[in-house]
Write a protein of this length. Structure first.
Ligand code: ADP
Ligand code: MG
Length: 315
């Protein structure tokens, strides 16, 4: 459905997007994961035709954005990072206005009704956009993207700044979109992508550093677990005692963490919980535990594991 080939975008000396290629199948929900400044928004802006690239091509449903901009744009619904809302309009007026602007060829009233219902705005048509909460404004942005039933929906950080309840609602909406549309969404939050996507592309410094299916993502995340422990006492004694715990596979001293205390990283088998055994081991050596926390689930961790995996696969 979407073919992105060798995209590069430079801003002066900065290469925001550096030779990115990937394709997205019909019906796939693809997550774009990466830290701030990774190049996510720039890539999305190029795919949607908002900005041009220095090199490379984008084809959506067989039509190329540079050759047929109008026709290609009609195939894409886009929710940018900052949705283009006219806050002095009512929800209904705004959606009708966008309907006209996009030259949608569907029965107007019926279609605006349908889209409003889909995003949960059916009772908010008469409200001024400026009086809506951030979560409801985001729904208006969503509705705008859905007008005309485009086969491709692109969402840039759709849950940023929303509260937990609103995030759950928006995630549900994204999942339901995946049934009829091909979706690309970006986020710098791993759990966001894990919750909504079939596949994830990790980008950093304008480059793709990993491309994985969701089940791979979950298996990577549930592989060896890590625990971070800060404890006082002799590190050789502590290391030896921790290594006696059956599920512990590796103990690594990360460094000094205050007077007489060190931080350790413990790698242990999945599906085990070693916290009590760690407590007992530290009690035996009379080493006070200053802190103990789970070390998995971070974006950095995932980067490391997926990139290690990719390297391992090449050898
Ligand atoms: P992300 O969306 O992943 O946070 P962006 O695509 O917004 O990242 O930005 C990628 C890089 O390109 C950043 O270093 C950013 O500062 C730079 N950049 C983005 N837009 C512009 C612009 N209009 N002018 C100059 N630099 C830009
Ligand atoms: Mg961005």
């Amino acid at each position: 459905m979407i073919e992105v080939s060798h995209l590069t975008k430079r801003y002066g000396k900065i290469t925001a997007v550096d030779d990115i290629s990937f394709s997205v199948d019909t019906g796939e929900v693809l997550g774009f994961l990466g830290p701030n400044g990774a190049g996510k928004s720039t890539t999305m802006n190029i795919i949607t035709g908002y900005i041009s690239s220095n090199e490379g091509t984008v084809t959506v449903d067989g039509s190329e954005i540079l050759k047929n901009p109008k026709q290609t744009k009609q195939k894409i619904g886009y929710l940018p990072e900052i949705p283009p809302l006219y806050i002095d309009m009512t929800v209904r007026k705004y959606l009708e206005f966008m309907f006209d602007l996009k030259q949608v060829k569907l029965p107007k009233k019926q279609h605006v009704d349908e889209v409003s219902r889909l995003v949960g705005l059916e009772n908010h048509g008469k409200r001024l956009i400026k009086n809506l909460s951030k979560g409801y404004r985001q729904r208006v942005g969503f509705a705008q993207a859905l007008l005309g039933n485009p086969p491709v929906i692109i969402l840039d950080e759709p849950t940023v700044g929303l509260d937990p309840k609103q995030i759950i609602d928006i995630r549900k909406l994204i999942k339901s979109l995946g049934k009829k549309h091909t979706v690309i969404l970006s986020s710098h939050v791993l759990s966001e992508i894990a919750a909504t996507c079939d596949r994830v592309i990790i980008i950093d410094g304008g480059k793709i550093i990993a491309d994985a299916k969701a089940d791979e993502l979950h298996s990577v995340l549930s592989e060896n677990r890590r625990l971070l422990l800060t404890a006082e006492g002799s590190s050789s004694e502590i290391g030896a005692e921790l290594n006696r715990i059956p599920a512990v596979q590796r103990v690594k001293k990360l460094g000094v963490a205050g007077k007489g205390a060190n931080q350790y990283e413990l790698e242990y088998l999945p599906d085990s919980d070693i916290r009590r055994e760690v407590f007992n081991a530290m009690a035996r050596t009379k080493s006070p535990i200053l802190e103990m926390k789970s070390g998995d689930g971070s974006l950095e961790e995932l980067y490391l594991r997926l990139t290690e995996k990719a390297k391992g696969g090449e050898n």
